[in-house]
Design a protein around this ligand. Sequence first.
Ligand code: SF4
Ligand code: SF4
Length: 262
Amino acid sequence: MTYELINTAIKKYLEANSLNKVEELGLDRIFDPPLLGVAAVGDELFSQLKNPEIVGENHLLPQEWLLGAKSVLSYFLPFSDKVCQANRKKGLPAKEWLYGRVKGQQFNEALSKRIADLCEEYNGTAVVPAIDSRFCLSDELNSNWSERHVAYIAGLGTFSLSKSLITEKGAAGRFGSVITTLEIEPTSRCYQSPYEYCSFCGECLERCPSKAIKDEREQKIAGMERKVCQNYMNTKIRPRFKPFYGCGKCQTAVQCEQTKPL
Ligand code: SF4
Ligand code: SF4
C-alpha cells in the first residue's frame, strides 16, 4: 500500500461522510482535507518518548501496541475556516467549535477505523491506539500514546507555548493515528527542533480563559498546565454546554495560523 493510496482514500472518506457536517448549524464541513505523515517504527524518536521529560515511561512503542508493526500513519484534521473564525472571539467557545470538537471526534474515530480497515484490505494488520482498550492516561494526564508526539515524529509539525502542534495548516484540529504491519515509505521531517514553528508571540496565553498557559516565552518551551485546562473544562464548560464541550481559544490564535513552516 502506498502513501498516495491512503491519502486519496482519506480525502474521499472526508467528502462522503455525514459526520463531517453539522446541518443544524449550516456547517457544510467540520474539517478540511487532512495532512498525512508516515513514520517507521524503527525511528529512534519513538523510544525517546519514554523519557519522563518528554512523555513518560508509560508511553508504549508502536511494536508494543502491535507485534510486527512496521509503520505508523499519523494525520492532522484541520478545522475548517468557518469553525476557526467562529472561535476567534475571546471568552466562551463558539457553537461551531463545540459541535466540531464533539462530532468531529466521532468523525476522527470513524476515519481511524476506516484507515485500519484499509490496511487489512491490503493484507496487513492494524491497531488504532486511541480507541484500543489498552489506551490510558497517567495521573499527570499523559497518555500512553501521544498523538501530537507521534505527529511530530511523522513530520507533521512542531510544538508550541500552548502545547499544541503547529502544522502547515495551523494548530486548530484533531490528530489521529494507526499502527500497521504494512511497510510504507516514511515522510520526512522538515524541521530541526521541537519548537521551530512557534514564534512565542504570546497570543495563545492572552486568549486562554483559564490562565492554564504559563509565560515560558523566555525559556521557549511549552507552558500549558493540563490540569488547569481540564479543571476549567469540567467546572465551567461541561456543565453549561452538556453534552458538548471544548474551548480551543489557544488553538485558534491567529499567530498559530500565520506561523507557516518554511
Ligand atoms: S499563539 Fe504564538 S506563542 Fe502561542 S502557540 Fe501560536 S505562535 Fe506560539
Ligand atoms: S483549551 Fe482553552 S483553557 Fe485550555 S489551554 Fe487552551 S485556551 Fe486555555
